[in-house]
Design a binder for this molecule. Structure first.
Ligand SMILES: Nc1ncnc2c1ncn2[C@@H]1O[C@H](COP(=O)(O)OP(=O)(O)OP(=O)(O)O)[C@@H](O)[C@H]1O
Ligand SMILES: [Mg+2]
Length: 237
């Protein structure tokens, strides 16, 4: 298997006194797309937030290229190579599409500058005619494309996408799927949080199923799809 890029090891996360993640562990290999699957409230977003440094793990270890990132502030984790697209699509509503992209320019952890605004427009062609439009005037699907584009402008080593298809019309879900497929063909390492196993089929290589804040299954996406028991117990399928 290709080298390990990200490792989440025995992570425990609390919101106040309420524990959300329980000794959660998984790893992500270079160039793979890993699906994080689980029902509402399973802990997918909390997992992504703890990797991105938006919330701190109380215990456990998170490493990126074997370097500890646990407990580091979000901006340093971003600089170290984690690109995070949260579920609530944090774009700047009063900036144009192009300005939203422009302020997100950042070299990668090793000085990579693979992504320019033009390159993002090539990858996300529907954004180009909207370049002068304010972020706040975009549709949900267009905003989702813009948040992914912004993240790419930061040259991430690992892209965390939190339910990118959620709430979008079928045509936009298809476009998001095509985009993930293209990124995957470019060799990007992607972690995709989803409730929808069907969306991940053909996109993800492996899957981790989370239930009540802990990992209950790890295997290939095909193994998961063939496992009626796990699907019935832990997924809404
Ligand atoms: N800010 C918060 N304060 C307190 N509890 C929270 C907070 N955010 C999430 N939780 C709780 O943590 C648990 C995991 O939530 P999380 O958002 O990670 O789930 P999820 O798998 O992303 O769900 P969904 O598919 O609905 O997005 C849930 O029990 C949730 O109620
Ligand atoms: Mg979530």
């Amino acid at each position: 298997m290709s080298p390990q890029v990200l490792k989440v090891d025995q992570v425990n996360v609390f919101y106040g006194t309420s524990q959300a993640l329980f000794n959660l562990s998984f790893d992500v290999h270079k160039g793979e797309t890993l699906a994080l699957l689980g029902r509402n409230g399973a802990g997918k977003s909390t997992t992504m937030k703890s990797v991105a440094g938006v919330i701190a793990a109380k215990s456990g270890h998170i490493t990126l290229h074997n370097q500890a990132i646990t407990g580091r502030p979000a901006h340093l984790i971003a600089r170290a190579g984690i690109g995070y697209v949260p579920e609530d699509r944090q774009i700047f509503p009063d900036l144009t599409v192009e300005e939203n992209l422009d302020i997100a320019i950042k070299r990668g952890a090793n000085g990579e500058d693979d992504w320019s605004i033009e390159r993002v427009y090539e990858m996300l062609p529907l954004l180009k005619p909207l370049r002068e439009r304010l972020g706040g005037q975009l549709s949900g699907g267009e905003q989702q494309m813009l948040t992914v584009g912004r993240s790419l402008m930061g040259n991430p080593d690992v892209l965390l996408l939190d339910e990118p298809s959620e709430g979008l019309a079928p045509i936009m879900v298809q476009k998001i799927g095509d985009l993930i497929q293209s990124l995957r063909e470019m060799g990007k390492t992607i972690v995709l949080a989803e409730q929808n196993l069907h969306f991940c089929l053909g996109l993800a290589d492996r899957a981790v199923v989370i239930d009540k804040g802990t990992d209950v299954f790890v295997g290939t996406i095909t193994e998961l799809n063939d496992n009626a028991d796990i699907k019935q117990r832990y997924l809404s399928v």
